[in-house]
Design a protein around this ligand. Structure first.
Ligand code: OGA
Ligand code: MN
Length: 221
C-alpha cells in the first residue's frame, strides 16, 4: 500500500515537503499560517470549477447533529460536505491527508481525521466573529480554509479576519484569493468573514483528534 505522500506523487504532484515545513513552523511559532498558492494550480482550478458548476449547496447551520440550528444573524453562507466521491475531491482529501501525516510527524499533534465542506457566500453573505471549537468541549484541533476565487479586488469584501489571542497582536486580514490556504488552532483564534460583495467560494475544514471511548463513539461531525 502507498503512503499518502507516495499517492500524492503518483497523482502527478511532487510532495510539497518544503511548504509543509513552513506551515509547521508557522503553527509552532504563531499558531496560524497563511500560505498563498498552496495547492498545485491545476488542482485549485478543478476545485473552483467543481464548486461553481457541480455542487448543490445547503444553508449552513450551527452546532452538531442534535443541536443543529440555522441562525442567519451569525452566518448566511451555504455549504456542501465533502465525501471524496469525485476524482477532484479525492485529490483534495489526499493532499490534506499528506499535510496531516506531516504535521503529526513534525509537531506530534495526534491529528486523527479531517472533515471539510465547500462553502458559498452569495453577495451580502457573512460569518460573524466565532470560534470553531471551545476549549475542552471539542475535538477540532486545527481549522483550515482554502480559497477558490480566481480574482478578488479590494471592493469585493469577504475578507477573513483572524484575531490572535492577546491584546498586543494585530488582526490578520486574508483576501480569499484562489490558492491561499489558512490554517489555525481552532480553540485559540476567533475569526469572522466580512460581507462578500460577490459570490465567494472556499473549502473550510477541520483536523480532529479522536475522542472515542468504548462507551461513546465520537460522531464524525
Ligand atoms: C468557517 C469559517 C472562514 C472563511 O466556515 O468556520 O470560519 O474564510 N470560514 O470562509
Ligand atoms: Mn470558522
Amino acid at each position: 500500500m502507498n503512503t499518502p505522500l507516495e499517492n500524492h506523487a503518483v497523482a502527478g504532484y511532487a510532495p510539497p515537503e518544503e511548504m509543509f515545513e513552513r506551515i509547521a513552523d508557522d503553527l509552532y511559532q504563531r499558531g496560524y499560517s497563511v500560505m498563498p498558492a498552496a495547492l498545485p494550480p491545476a488542482l485549485t482550478t478543478r476545485l473552483a470549477a467543481y464548486a461553481q458548476e457541480t455542487i448543490d449547496f445547503d444553508p449552513a447551520g450551527i452546532g452538531r447533529a442534535g443541536q443543529f440550528h440555522q441562525n442567519e444573524f451569525v452566518r448566511t453562507d451555504e455549504i456542501c460536505w465533502i465525501q471524496g466521491t469525485a476524482a477532484v475531491t479525492t485529490a483534495w482529501l489526499n493532499w490534506m491527508d499528506c499535510l496531516k501525516v506531516y504535521l503529526n510527524k513534525r509537531l506530534f499533534l495526534g491529528l486523527f481525521s479531517y472533515e471539510s465542506h465547500f462553502a458559498h457566500y452569495p453577495p451580502g453573505s457573512f460569518y460573524k466573529r466565532h470560534l470553531d471549537a471551545f476549549q475542552g468541549e471539542s475535538n477540532r484541533v486545527l481549522s483550515t480554509v482554502f480559497y477558490l476565487n480566481s480574482d478578488w479586488g479590494v471592493f469585493d469584501g469577504g475578507e477573513l479576519l483572524i484575531y490572535p489571542p492577546g491584546d498586543q497582536q494585530e488582526v490578520v486580514t486574508v483576501t480569499p484569493l484562489a490558492g491561499t490556504m489558512v490554517i489555525f488552532l481552532s480553540e485559540e483564534f476567533p475569526h469572522e468573514v466580512l460581507p462578500a460583495q460577490r459570490d465567494r467560494f472556499s473549502i473550510a475544514g477541520w483536523f480532529r483528534v479522536n475522542n472515542s471511548t468504548a462507551q461513546r463513539v465520537d460522531p464524525p461531525r
